[in-house]
Design a protein around this ligand. Structure first.
Ligand SMILES: Nc1ncnc2c1ncn2[C@@H]1O[C@H](COP(=O)(O)OP(=O)(O)OP(=O)(O)O)[C@@H](O)[C@H]1O
Ligand SMILES: [Zn+2]
Length: 623
């Protein structure tokens, strides 16, 4: 029996022929990606391009079944392609690279695909692919898992909700003063060790903190702010011990971090009025560190003596590595960096009377890990590949008359829709009228060969083509920079190259004038800059009709915001990635999760202002 017999039985001859001529992009060859690649091959997609930036790690082998021990350190994409050769009947093209690198993956390259599958593990890349799919109108199958939970969301640009239509939780942040002065939980000390200490010693160039904006530090105590800044500058001195390979001075690092700095903190009496005071290490403790290399169990909590001893030996190791590596990034799978962070965090915890943790526990917290489950990945990949048949409308018995007939799927806990069954699959919703990615702007791709034209010339062409008025503003939205505004015209004579616009930059043109009589403005226009080496193309602007939309006054906007606050927010997110819809399943009207209207607020302008004001945020981020 030929291998396609069953799939032909399911989809029919015509649809099978369409499958064979479909060209797909799979982004990510990790847990979901390995499963998806297998499914896509078994479905006989004609061509599958696989992108992954990473190499295989030991910890991937428990679920990324295409990889073996011998493949460790090999690129995921090429290894995955080799692993499936025996049962493959599709054209497979692997790439090792970052999907967000517009030079390796220019927009016209994305444009060659009929369908994109996301099998990623981070918000930034998911958002990026979502945006590209919106620019090009290529359907996207978004998916994610976290432990036993997972979801798939087909996204039909312009027709259904996009990835950014629902708010996603940004990484958890802590005020600087909690991390640097008054930790009270193990996580505070882990963040201090990983994001502050490790980075300052091994991963960064010295940079004075004088310029840092302190508004989000969680304190206005001048004395404390001064101390934190001074402490950072002193840490750069410690970095020299590392760079100069002065092994014998490692106790100085301990002395500075865990005796001197703590003593300085104790002098700020305000801090300890309502809190238990920390107890610095003693000089005797530092003098009696046992330097013998002891075998220690990663699953148990070590004594403070063992923490100190391992801190010294691991610092020596990292010191040697830095000679060749120059900078070392924290990686939970790099045992040296993990043990440095774990011991430093535990020593600090001990000082602040916070319970210590095992290295294994700290790995989970520092790596922000919820163990990945192979079966969840298999289920989610299976659903994603099945739904792709409906996205392409290849199932005759379940025709897709409208994109809103398509279903997303959530596991029970992730969706909260029904506790009685593992998977819920509500219909897709229409785009959220408030979504800045898919609803608030008109999108297109601007192809250009000559980046020496001036910003002024470009704006002239945009005005001419799309009828924008004199009063406009232009933002480089990929870098969040204002380029031109009614009171900022300094860059008009500079070339696009000079103002750092390049292949993959995205610019946003906003009508700041509108029509007073009608109260309407042109919908903002967002253009992706595709730099081509085709000399025949000087500058091609996409054929777009820019709509007029109602301009909302500040007062209306305030009222809208109030209303929105009152409406129950039915979305929540766990693990920064998975959306929980807190609705009764039966209550979701088919394809209509929220009201669709075409109003637009003047939020763009506010976004612009806040972007310009943005400075270092003074928050420590747990990524
Ligand atoms: N910007 C990106 N470009 C290309 N591939 C990416 C990008 N971001 C993430 N990936 C890939 O997406 C995949 C996600 O897979 P998965 O969630 O299983 O993570 P993992 O890194 O393999 O495992 P773990 O995080 O548990 O160690 C990874 O292989 C990762 O390299
Ligand atoms: Zn959207």
């Amino acid at each position: 029996m030929p291998r396609e017999t069953n799939i032909v039985k399911i989809v029919g001859e015509d649809s099978y022929a369409k499958l064979r001529s479909t060209k797909c992009l799979l982004v990510g060859a990790g847990g979901i990606g390995s499963e998806l690649l297998k499914d896509m091959i078994l479905m006989d997609f004609g061509e599958i391009h696989i992108v992954d930036l990473d190499t295989i790690d030991l910890s991937n082998l428990n679920r990324q079944f295409l990889f073996r021990q011998r493949d460790i350190k090999q690129p995921k994409s090429t290894t995955a392609v080799k692993a499936v050769q025996l049962f493959n009947n599709s054209k497979l093209v692997p790439y090792q690279g970052n999907i967000m690198d517009a030079n390796s993956f220019p927009i016209h390259w994305f444009g060659e695909f009929d369908l994109i599958f996301n099998a990623l593990d981070n918000l930034a890349a998911r958002r990026y692919v979502n945006k590209i799919s919106q620019f090009l109108h290529v359907p996207l199958l978004e998916s994610g898992t976290s432990g036993f939970d997972g979801y798939i969301q087909p996204i039909i640009p312009g027709k259904t909700e996009c990835f950014d239509c629902t708010t996603k939780e940004t990484p958890k942040t802590f005020p600087v003063c909690t991390i640097r002065s008054t930790p009270s939980q193990p996580i505070h000390c882990i963040v201090w060790a990983k994001n502050f200490l490790f980075n300052q010693l091994f991963a960064s160039e010295p940079s004075p903190e004088d310029e840092v904006d302190t508004k989000d530090w969680g304190t206005t105590d001048e004395e404390e702010i001064k101390r934190i800044k001074q402490e950072t500058n002193e840490l750069h001195e410690l970095q020299k011990i590392i760079v100069d390979q002065e092994e014998s001075r490692i106790p100085d690092i301990l002395d500075k971090l865990f005796i001197q700095d703590i003593n300085k903190l104790l002098l700020i009496e305000n801090l300890w009025k309502t809190r238990e005071k920390p107890t610095p290490l003693t000089k005797t403790q530092l003098k009696t560190i046992d330097l013998a290399d002891k075998k220690l169990d990663l699953n148990t909590v070590w004594s403070i003596e063992d923490q100190l001893s391992r801190f010294v030996s691991i610092t020596v190791k990292l010191m040697k590595r830095i000679r060749t590596e120059k900078v070392i990034e924290f990686d939970k799978d790099d045992q040296d960096t993990l043990e440095f962070v774990a011991t430093a965090a535990n020593i600090r915890s001990n000082i602040f009377n916070i319970p210590l943790k095992s290295v294994f526990d700290i790995k989970q917290i520092a790596g922000n890990i919820i163990p990945a489950i192979a079966t969840t990945n298999a289920i989610i990949a299976g659903l994603s590949s099945l739904v792709s048949l409906r996205v392409l409308n290849l199932l005759k018995y379940a025709p897709t008359e409208s994109p809103l007939d398509l279903n997303m799927a959530f596991t029970a806990k992730a969706s909260n829709l029904s506790q009685d069954r593992y998977i819920s699959n509500p219909n897709l919703a229409a785009p959220n009228c408030k979504c800045a990615v898919c609803m608030k702007v008109t999108r297109g791709v601007l192809s250009i060969n000559d980046m020496n034209i001036t910003l002024g010339e470009l704006i002239g062409k945009l005005r001419e083509k799309y009828g924008f008025p004199e009063d406009i503003s232009l933002l480089d939205s990929s870098e969040q920079r204002l380029l031109v505004d009614y009171d900022f015209e300094d860059l008009l004579d500079r070339s696009l190259k000079d103002v750092n616009l390049r292949n993959g930059s995205v610019i946003l043109l906003t009508d700041e004038e509108g029509n007073e009589e009608t109260g309407m403005v042109r919908k903002p226009l967002e253009l992706y800059i595709n730099v081509t080496d085709d000399n025949s193309i000087k500058l091609t602007l996409p054929p777009i009709d820019v709509e007029w939309i109602k301009q909302i006054s500040e007062e209306d906007k305030k009222m809208e915001d109030e209303k929105a606050k009152q409406e129950e927010v039915n979305e929540e997110i766990i693990d920064g990635e998975i959306v929980i819809l807190d609705e009764e399943e039966e209550e979701i009207p088919k394809g209509k999760k929220r009201k669709l209207d075409d109003e637009i607020t003047s939020e763009n302008h506010e976004m612009k202002k806040s972007k310009i004001d943005e400075t270092d945020d003074g928050q420590i981020i747990l990524d």
